[in-house]
Design a protein around this ligand. Structure first.
Ligand code: GAF
Length: 370
């Protein structure tokens, strides 16, 4: 029996930059998913079970093709997709029992799916002694989401779930997939990351995410670059001048300025100036709201309320259209800021938000007693 834990994530800054080959700065959370892999001698396939789901899913190995994945419950595709991709790539995956147990709230934009797939891939790799290196582990987890599940996401969530570090954020170059951790010493600076899960329903989020991604790809094509990462902040005005489509211009402005903000935040964190990153976080939110247009009233209300109650900066985190907002808040103001968000939501007639603080935590790791 082999057990691995992999965490969910908060993205400190760098939204919708990953699939543009750009920069992101997420950190791993304390909450996550535990995957336990056991041999299933005598069985002729794989059984996957979730502590959060009523029924296990059984699949015969010989019958596991693309089409079969379409027929299994959504949550199990992340598990079966990993087993299927390994098989497709020539690994003889024997009969297995895979159990998963997650405490990442689903649908909150905290990457419950990355926690799931990363815990499974690490546990299967370890159990079967495959010895996949860092690059192969990342590629497999991203391919499960893109190719097996069919979600056109950019890889940030899997990268930080695999490689996050306690007390640090992970600076990721999403072209090379090289990563470097940078200090995020919240307590040492008397600060906290206060998270408001707005519980806003993800309105049209799937189609809107894909539309943003293809819009960015189209803009890069028109500008003659491989990806929007290749347009620098210095080139931005000239690039905007060469596009006649207002929507694409807004997407380009968001991505290019967001990459630039990530680099500025990394510089500040490297220099031990955490308290100075607030305005960049808030500028990121404004860019998502006004240029990329992926916010909803609940997240804008949470951001404005946090800023009005002591936060040094605040922004939506994750793919958008709902989910969570983060505020960089002096520890002494955390309770009052949370209470202000609750009150603002009640006044606006929104669902009650969930408020909690987040600690940069370790990435995927094996669990003892396995
Ligand atoms: C989601 C995706 F999964 C990530 O790849 C990333 O694009 C993010 O939205 C937006 O920054 O979490």
């Amino acid at each position: 029996m082999t057990s691995w834990f992999a965490p969910g994530r908060i993205n400190l800054i760098g939204e919708h930059t990953d699939y543009n080959d750009g920069y992101v700065l997420p950190f791993a959370l304390e909450v996550g998913c535990t995957a336990t892999v056991s041999p299933a001698p005598g069985a002729d396939g794989w059984t996957v079970r979730s502590a959060q789901q009523p029924d296990p899913v059984d699949v015969r190995r010989s019958g596991l093709a693309d089409a079969d994945l379409a027929g299994v419950p959504d949550w199990s595709r992340y598990v079966l997709g990993a087993l299927w991709l390994l098989t497709d790539r020539g690994v003889d995956v024997p009969p297995l029992d895979v159990g998963v147990d997650s405490d990442v709230p689903s649908g909150a934009g905290l990457s419950s799916s990355a926690a799931l797939v990363c815990s499974v891939v690490r546990a299967v790799d370890d159990h079967l002694g495959l010895g996949l290196d860092d690059a192969a582990l990342f590629a497999l987890t991203r391919d499960v989401e893109n190719d097996a599940v069919g979600a056109p996401t950019g890889g940030m969530d899997q990268l930080v779930s695999l490689r996050g570090e306690a007390g640090r954020a992970l600076f990721c170059d999403m072209r090379s997939h090289e990563t470097r951790s940078v200090p995020l010493d919240l307590a040492g600076n008397g600060l906290a990351v206060l998270v408001a899960d707005t519980r806003a329903p993800h309105r049209h989020s799937d189609g809107e995410y894909g539309a943003r991604r293809s819009g960015c790809e189209e803009a890069a094509r028109r500008l003659g670059v491989a990806a929007l990462r290749d347009v620098t902040a210095d080139d931005l005005d000239a690039a905007l001048g060469r596009l006649d489509d207002d929507e694409l211009r807004r997407y380009v402005r968001h991505v290019v300025t967001e990459d630039d903000r990530v680099l500025s935040v990394v510089e500040l964190l490297d220099a031990g100036r955490l308290a100075d990153v607030g305005p960049l976080l808030t500028a990121s939110h404004r860019s998502m709201r006004d240029d990329f247009r992926i916010t909803v009233p609940e997240v804008d209300t949470a951001v404005d309320t946090l800023l009005g109650s002591g936060a040094l900066g605040a922004r939506m985190t994750g793919g958008g259209f709902g989910g969570c907002v983060i505020g960089l808040v002096p520890e002494a103001d955390v309770d009052a800021a949370g209470e202000a968000v609750r009150r603002a939501f009640a006044d606006a007639g929104f669902a009650e938000p969930d408020l909690f603080t987040a600690e940069p935590s370790p990435g995927a790791h094996p669990l003892a007693g396995r």
